[in-house]
Design a protein around this ligand. Structure first.
Ligand code: F3S
Length: 291
């Protein structure tokens, strides 16, 4: 028996859809020139298509300072508050495509840091979303991504109440583990906020369940996409034959078993056409091998 199981949650999440549509809307409206601050999403194919439509990418504040006219679209991952000020200060049109779930974290850390809480972000310090969140805190935030780092925070004997938030795409089980360590610091006023977005939670849970029964698992997504990388890690724990591909061209169909279950999941920034192509070709291969 052979089958291909495609995760229902695979592909663009709400925030990514919204950000990509925002840029294409600006193109349709004839706005020019258009820049995105950072890649609008972590997917090389989408970014390349936008480039073909004349959309430029700015990677940092230095590059931004060289822009003298046009529209700047802020990516779904968000940016620090000072970037908003810089865009406005330079007289540019600002279109904010920050995912509302990320925006909510910006508001939380802004308010809580102003109230004197020590902001702790559970996530990857070098991810643009976390860099953006840090840029909304009125005092330096602490970023924690491992159990060792959480333990170090506990041992530091920090004296402030904490406000703990999470990168939206962080692994849920790992978040709980790190919170368990951090809460050894018992401050009554501390606030622990699970800001992992539902889309991520659903995607991870579904990928985990499919990988559990699959003989081979294919995860599709951008090389720099952190949520895709997390899916790969989750699937590998359940299914040794987990393959990470950006497009169908990266997939070696000879490695796809002709019997058993082939599972497919994809990161939040993977366009539907790529997912459909991979799933169609896997089904075809299985059918051919059966004949
Ligand atoms: Fe937003 Fe969640 Fe997607 S935070 S960008 S809806 S993964």
């Amino acid at each position: 028996k052979a089958a291909v199981y495609l995760a229902a949650s695979a592909g663009f999440c709400f925030g990514v859809h919204r950000a990509v549509d925002t840029v294409y809307d600006q193109i349709k409206e004839g706005q020019t020139p258009i820049c995105t601050y950072g890649p609008i999403i972590h997917n090389e194919m989408v970014v390349a298509d936008l480039k073909q439509h004349g959309v430029m990418e700015i990677d940092d504040e230095v590059q931004l300072s060289g822009i003298t006219e046009g529209t700047v679209v802020i990516r779904s991952h968000g940016v620090p508050q000072r970037v908003y000020e810089q865009i406005k200060g330079q007289g540019l049109k600002l279109i904010d495509a920050t995912c509302p779930y990320v925006k909510k974290i910006h508001q939380i850390v802004k308010e809580k840091s102003a109230e004197g809480f020590q902001i702790v972000i559970i996530g990857n310090a070098h991810h643009p979303e976390v860099e953006g969140i840090m840029g909304w805190c009125s005092s330096p935030a602490i970023v924690i991504g491992t159990e060792e780092e959480a333990q170090k925070l506990v041992e530091s004997g920090i004296q402030k109440p904490l406000c703990v938030v999470s990168q939206t795409t962080f692994n849920l089980k790992k978040f709980h583990k790190l919170v368990e360590i951090i809460t050894q610091l018992r401050y009554h006023e501390s606030a622990i906020l699970n800001t992992i977005c539902n889309a991520t939670e659903e995607r991870q849970t579904e990928a985990d369940a499919i990988a559990h029964i699959a003989d081979a698992m294919i995860v599709i997504g951008g090389r720099n996409s952190s949520n895709t990388q997390k899916l790969v890690d989750i699937c590998r724990k359940e299914c040794e034959s987990t393959f990470f591909v950006q497009t169908f061209d990266d997939l070696n169909l000879r490695l796809v078993p002709s019997r058993g279950i082939v599972g497919i999941s994809a990161g939040a920034s993977t366009p539907n056409n790529i997912i459909e192509e991979v799933s169609k070709q896997c089904r075809k291969t299985i059918l051919l091998n059966r004949c």
